[in-house]
Design a protein around this ligand. Structure first.
Ligand SMILES: [Zn+2]
Length: 558
């Protein structure tokens, strides 16, 4: 299952990448457009409107093709959350919303916005929206179930009042039908408003954490041509690979969302502990579902950074360290892989398979790859093996009670130590003679010694002899390239933090949860390698992608 999830994730991402831009005409616009409205337009205005219609129509068709029952996607490629609500257990909240169509109007949750009267006074405290007022767009289809009633989400948040409240007015600037400038027209009615709670940007002088509550009010304006255009909260259209909205219509602002990511990934707090922290220290009540949604939204927003920037940068690096450790997804054993270069770290969760390896390296990778002896790595051309790893095993043999094992362990360590000493010396200055020649005889003898032990009665001796022979040449590459590393410590260090996180969290519950962990880990660790603040960057990416814009570039160095 894990493999098919990882595959379908990548396939879906590729398929949907092209449609990652918002529609240009809203439902509100389309309702006003008819034959008479078109007849009143000039040729140039018609041309402009037609281009918008054509672009939207193409987008609509592409999205139709992404339906889960479509023939291009075998049922086995479906992610668990597509197979039905029954199997949809989210990371901590089994009742998390699972709307995947994700237009802004249908994904904003009832406890995240209010629809105040058009004349709601400046700075007035809004009514808590624990009971959602039905908006005009919902009138024709009664909602089957109020989305705010999920377990764990009751009684939270919207009863809160904050002392600081800003109000931001959003007005449309251009007529959606004829393209005329609307800025001089009289402001129209406010048709929608929602709160955004975010961390203040305190600037350089002040310290602390401060929350602000901003009411965003969206207005319409009527053009001279008679068409009424609405300012809309930004959003990135639905992505079949992600069951979470990416929209400005969200209670949690980008900086607060980034803080939640920090508490989860760096402080390794569970959703419940994050809820407790926000309540205790910021007096902010958020539901577990909202916290979970924030993390998954960050995962979706940052996925583009990993796919479009980090993967290529890792592949272009001349040297990657790879390692993998076990991970639990919905109680099943999968693997957390890490690939790290001098400036980039990529994590991925999936099967321990060559397909996962190749999805990260790509078909063209020709740098050096430091890895363990796992068979999936063996077809790669420029491989390195970690000598410290073998050294640890040899030391284990040296402490064995078996006489043959002790002797073999000593021989392995002597040979490795000689090679490592030569490499260290060569890094200080040019060696007196070619290192290969210098060690040729010793390595020949060592090869024969390993051969003698491939059927040894002592199990660990046998295993080490076979491991050495399987990859024999790979162990000595540093004799030709002393500048290359002797150990895989870089990758082991990168995994360490997440091994502890795994112990605390017991893994993830869905493929989307796993992808979120991998994406967040990749971006956070890459930022740290580059001396950048991951949290500023995450806030920036989420803000941009909520506006329907592409993710900003992560600088290669600070
Ligand atoms: Zn107009």
């Amino acid at each position: 299952m894990a493999r098919s999830c990882a595959k379908s994730f990548n396939a879906k991402r590729r398929r949907t990448a092209r449609s990652e831009f918002p529609v240009q005409l809203s439902k509100h616009d389309l309702l006003q457009l008819d034959a008479d409205a078109l007849a009143a337009l000039s040729h140039a205005q018609l041309q402009g409107l037609s281009e918008k219609l054509l672009a939207d129509l193409k987008l609509a068709h592409e999205r139709l093709d992404q339906a889960p029952h479509n023939s291009s996607r075998p049922p086995s490629s479906q992610a668990p959350w597509e197979r039905g609500r029954d199997e949809d257990h989210d990371d901590t909240d089994p009742d998390a919303p699972s709307d995947s169509s994700a237009p802004a109007s249908s994904t904003a949750r009832a406890d995240e916005h209010v629809d105040p009267p058009a004349d709601s006074a400046e700075g007035s405290q809004p009514e808590p929206a624990t009971s959602a007022s039905p908006s005009s767009t919902d009138a024709d289809a009664p909602p089957p179930k109020r989305p705010g009633q999920r377990r764990g989400a009751t009684g939270h948040g919207r009863t809160q009042r904050f002392a600081i409240i800003h109000r931001l007015e959003h007005h449309p600037t251009r007529c959606a039908r004829c393209g005329s400038d609307l800025q001089d027209r009289a402001p129209g009615a406010c048709y929608h408003a929602h709160h955004v709670i975010d961390l203040s940007d305190l600037g350089e002088e002040r310290i602390g954490l401060e929350l602000t509550d901003t009411l965003h009010a969206y207005h319409e304006r009527t053009c001279g041509c008679g068409h009424s255009t609405r300012a809309e909260p930004g959003h990135t259209p639905g992505d079949a690979a992600w069951d979470v909205a990416l929209s400005e219509r969200h209670l949690v602002g980008p900086r607060l969302l980034s803080l939640i990511c920090a508490l989860c990934t760096r402080q390794r707090l569970s959703r419940r502990r994050i809820q407790e922290f926000l309540g205790d220290w910021l007096r902010l009540q958020l539901s577990i579902a909202t916290i979970n949604q924030c993390l998954h939204e960050a995962g979706r927003a940052l996925d583009a950074v990993v796919e479009e920037q980090l993967l290529q940068q890792a592949r272009d690096s001349g040297l990657l360290h790879a390692d993998e450790t076990s991970w639990l997804e919905a109680g099943k054993l999968v693997w957390l892989w890490v690939f790290t270069s001098a400036t980039t770290t990529i994590f991925t969760i999936g099967a321990r398979s060559k397909a996962v390896l190749m999805s990260v390296l790509g078909p063209l990778f020709n740098g050096w790859l430091m890895s363990d002896g796992y068979w999936a790595y063996r077809d790669l051309d420029n491989r390195l093996r970690c000598l410290a790893h073998v050294q640890r095993k040899a030391r284990g043999l040296e402490e064995s009670l078996d006489r043959q094992a002790r002797a073999f362990g000593e021989a392995v360590n002597t040979c490795l130590q000689a090679v490592m000493d030569s490499v260290y010396a060569a890094r200080e200055g040019p060696p007196p003679m070619d290192l290969r020649q210098q060690h040729a005889e010793q390595l020949n003898a060592f090869w024969c010694l390993c051969l003698e032990h491939i059927d040894a009665a002592h199990e660990k001796t046998r295993a080490l002899a076979r491991e050495l022979l399987n990859d024999f040449d790979t162990f000595w590459v540093t004799l030709d390239h002393p500048e290359l590393p002797l150990t895989n410590n870089e990758a082991e260090r990168a995994l360490r933090h997440w091994v502890i996180a795994r112990r605390i969290s017991q893994g993830t519950r869905t493929a989307q949860g796993s992808r979120t962990v991998a994406v967040l880990a990749s971006v956070v660790d890459t930022c740290r390698k580059r001396g950048l603040s991951p949290w500023d960057f995450i806030a920036e990416v989420v803000a941009e992608r909520r506006r329907g814009r592409p993710a900003p570039l992560l600088p290669v160095a600070a």
